[in-house]
Write a protein that binds this ligand. Structure first.
Ligand code: AIR
Ligand code: ASP
Length: 287
């Protein structure tokens, strides 16, 4: 690989400088972590599958008018994205009780929530991503009320869309995590957009016709095994990998994988940015 500047190395991705100003490259690693990286492993092929799944979902979301940072797929592990200022909040949307919600409130896993539930966490590893309320976000200036309104509206729309998309392939979208970023335009206008990734690393997906079998990172968190097979099954049902998959006998069929990324790029070429209803405070206007 050419020598490129690493901008940031996270638990599951490396962010490199992009191909042109204002862009970054997201490299998807095979590393799996859980419980704030107390549990770690390397799972061959996970990065390739997440790159494909995330590019696909971001592209589908763009089609319904959700702005995302995704520009195009570069190769089987990398995608080009817009360089945005990440808002330090994790937005979690839940449709079914699972994970930390069950732990916190003593709920039974699998309880259908009467309405989708939105939660916010402060993105801070040292503090273990603590749960916060909207008022914390406003008080500490992590996002302003207008941005929060936009983030919440977008998150519910994403939930509705993804619920339909996954239920069409026999998967129940239990919950998922989103991150958003800001980009300031040359006239000071704000573009808020979906950032990071959407993959089985940050969604809970249950196989409806197979006893709600877990098809996401809970396989790793709960030592259930078969993580890459589950991710591959998700990718296969989304039509992103051929039947039988690209991971065979524990390793990637590189040739097969390399031929796949062009598909999503067709749509990416058509994309335009849309600005939000907000202008960054400039000099006071003279009356
Ligand atoms: N998530 C939260 N922080 C990191 C991630 N990946 C995702 C989980 C799960 C949802 O957010 O993957 O889909 C809720 O997680 P939890 O642990 O709060 O129940
Ligand atoms: N990825 C996060 C971590 O490593 C949280 C998780 O998915 O459990 O802690």
């Amino acid at each position: 690989m050419a020598k490129r500047k690493v901008i940031h190395e996270g638990k599951a991705k490396i962010i490199y400088e992009g191909l042109e100003p204002g862009t970054l490259i997201q490299y998807f690693k095979d590393d799996a972590t859980a419980f704030n990286a107390q549990k770690k492993d390397v799972i061959a092929g996970k990065g390739v599958l997440n790159n494909r799944i995330s590019s696909h979902l971001m592209t589908r979301l763009e089609e319904i008018g959700i702005p995302t940072h995704f520009i195009r797929s570069l190769n089987m592990r990398e995608q080009l994205v817009r360089e945005v200022e990440i808002i330090p909040i994790e937005v979690v949307i839940r449709n079914v009780a699972a994970g930390s919600l069950c732990k916190r409130l003593g709920l039974k896993e699998g309880m259908i929530l009467p309405q989708p539930l939105i939660e916010f966490y402060y993105k801070n590893d040292a503090l273990g991503d603590p749960m916060i309320g909207e008022h914390h976000i406003i008080t500490f200036g992590w996002a302003d009320p207008l941005e929060m309104e936009e983030i919440i509206t977008m998150s519910y729309r994403i939930n509705d869309f993804l619920n339909g998309l996954f239920s069409g392939i026999g998967l129940k979208l239990v919950d998922f995590k989103l991150e958003f970023g800001r980009l300031w335009g040359e006239y000071g206008e704000l573009y808020l957009m979906l950032a990071d990734e959407i993959s089985p690393d940050n969604c809970r997906l249950w196989d409806v016709n197979n006893n709600n079998e877990k098809m996401d990172k809970d396989r790793f968190r709960q030592d259930l095994g078969g993580l890459v097979e589950a991710y591959q099954q998700v990718a296969e049902r989304l039509g992103l990998v051929p039947k039988g998959g690209i991971i065979q006998g524990g390793s990637i069929n590189e040739q097969l994988a390399a031929g796949l990324e062009e598909i999503e790029n067709e749509l990416a070429r058509e994309r335009r940015l849309r600005s939000l209803n907000k202008v960054k405070p400039q000099k006071p206007v003279k009356s």
